[in-house]
Design a protein around this ligand. Structure first.
Ligand code: IMP
Length: 189
């Protein structure tokens, strides 16, 4: 089976492709000729995932899945949350976003945080959602070169290395997106 993954983020495609069984082939937005920015104007992570999946269905006619992810920090009342990409401004700069988080948590003992991914799937005129959560802590400084986004400052519970230091296989095993994708795969089978 072929299904469109509504993202332009190559890192996400890499992560999700690594988890998919060989009978499910991911089709990219480039493959269907979608080059515009898909609107993400909802006030919730779930709402954004649904909005992106619905957009592809309505404008291109393909069944598809879309994910939206946010980093929720306890001490910041769940921020940056749905605004994770643009936390430090419209340029969506991962380094600037991490610097802002580290500055806001400066001197704070409670560094508990979680990543939350919601995947929305349009299939056979139905819209389903699948959620994955990974709990952890925000480090004092950036560590590691791998991953993307906030990975260098996120220490998953039970680990001494950040997501940016862990191999992709390990991130996928315990991570938010991996958990949501496994629920999605379970729905297909
Ligand atoms: P979106 O799902 O593309 O809207 O992601 C929102 C923001 O969260 C972006 O700044 C991403 O870099 C960041 N983000 C999404 N997924 C991850 C992840 O797995 N690790 C670290 N940051 C992420």
């Amino acid at each position: 089976m072929k299904i469109v993954f509504a993202t332009n983020n190559r890192n996400k495609v890499k992560e999700v492709q690594a988890l998919m069984p060989s009978n499910i082939q991911i089709v990219s937005l480039a493959d269907i000729g979608c080059t515009e920015d898909i609107p993400e104007t909802s006030a919730t992570i779930e709402g954004n995932a649904k909005q992106k999946a619905n957009y592809i269905k309505e404008h291109y006619g393909f069944d598809c899945f879309a994910d939206d992810t946010g980093l929720e920090i306890d001490e910041l009342n769940g921020a940056p949350g749905v605004y994770s990409a643009r936390y430090a401004g419209e340029m969506k700069d991962a380094n600037a976003n991490m610097d802002k988080v580290l500055k806001e948590l400066d001197g704070t003992e409670n560094r508990k945080a979680q990543f939350k991914t919601v995947i929305a799937l349009t299939l056979n005129e139905k819209l389903e959602t699948f959620t994955g959560i990974c709990s952890g802590h925000i480090t004092q400084e950036k560590k590691g070169e791998g991953g993307f986004g906030y990975d260098p400052i996120f220490l998953p519970d039970g680990y001494t290395q950040t997501f940016a230091e862990l191999p992709l296989s390990e991130k996928n095993k315990i991570g938010h997106r991996g958990k949501a994708v496994r629920k999605l795969i379970g729905y297909f089978s």
